[in-house]
Design a protein around this ligand. Structure first.
Ligand SMILES: CC(C)(COP(=O)(O)OP(=O)(O)OC[C@H]1O[C@@H](n2cnc3c(N)ncnc32)[C@H](O)[C@@H]1OP(=O)(O)O)[C@@H](O)C(=O)NCCC(=O)NCCS
Length: 198
């Protein structure tokens, strides 16, 4: 039986207390806690986390162009994956629940002739031609709340203060101060002035 060579996850981080290793992978602001997982797959990638955050999920930076920017007072729940090829921006006071997926790329081409080569490439030390996959930046604006198991696809902006219901698949921009839910996510109502008050 062929023994497959495991690719060491040397750029990944598990141990909460190893601040030196963590700081080699990302910039972590004051009073922020990190008990999640960083997978920085390219040296030029940039991961910046602001102040007063709690990050329990996974931050994955795929390419030298990947930029994950997280503002202040942001929560990212356990088992949530933020998978960035180009740009994912999360503004201040955002809550992202557990088991969510936020991705700025489809990762694969719709063309079978291209896609069928992806696995062989990936098995060679995680090589992938990211130019073959549709990619577009994602932004989650100030004060938004993303419910458990939501999926946010490429190119969307979640407006200020908006709420994404549990289990939603967000395929289009979400207007500020609305609640969206379902698959595909649709506006179920606008938030009241009382709910918007800061
Ligand atoms: C969206 C949410 C905030 C509720 O908002 P709400 O304004 O109280 O909405 P309601 O419960 O009155 O529901 C309004 C309609 O939306 C539907 N709806 C509510 N949440 C939904 C969801 N997550 N997915 C699909 N439909 C949903 C309801 O079925 C209802 O439909 P109807 O009008 O056909 O009966 C809540 O349902 C939710 O998803 N919360 C997230 C909880 C979570 O993930 N917690 C994890 C800890 S951070």
């Amino acid at each position: 039986m062929k023994i497959h060579r495991r690719i060491p996850v040397i750029r990944s981080y598990f141990e909460k207390r190893d601040a030196r290793r963590l700081r080699a992978l990302l910039i972590l602001g004051e009073n922020s806690e990190f008990s999640g997982f960083v997978d920085k797959r390219a040296k030029g990638a940039s991961i910046i986390v602001g102040n007063d955050c709690l990050i329990e999920g996974a931050l994955v930076a795929e390419t030298d162009q990947s930029q994950i920017q997280i503002g202040n007072n942001v929560y990212v729940g356990g088992q949530t994956t933020i998978d960035c090829v180009r740009s994912i921006v999360i503004e201040d006071d955002v809550l992202i629940s557990y088991h969510c997926i936020i991705a700025d790329s489809d990762n694969h081409s719709a063309l079978l002739s291209i896609r069928k080569k992806d696995l062989a490439d990936w098995k060679q030390q995680h090589k992938h031609d990211w130019t073959t996959a549709p990619t577009a930046p994602v932004r989650i604006c100030h004060g938004a709340w993303i419910g458990a198991r939501a999926i946010l696809l490429k190119g969307i902006t979640i407006g200020e203060g908006a709420i994404v219901g549990a289990g939603s698949v967000v395929t289009k921009n979400v207007p500020p101060w609305t609640i969206v839910a379902g698959n595909p996510a649709r506006v179920i109502r606008e938030l009241t002035p009382e709910e918007r008050a800061n």
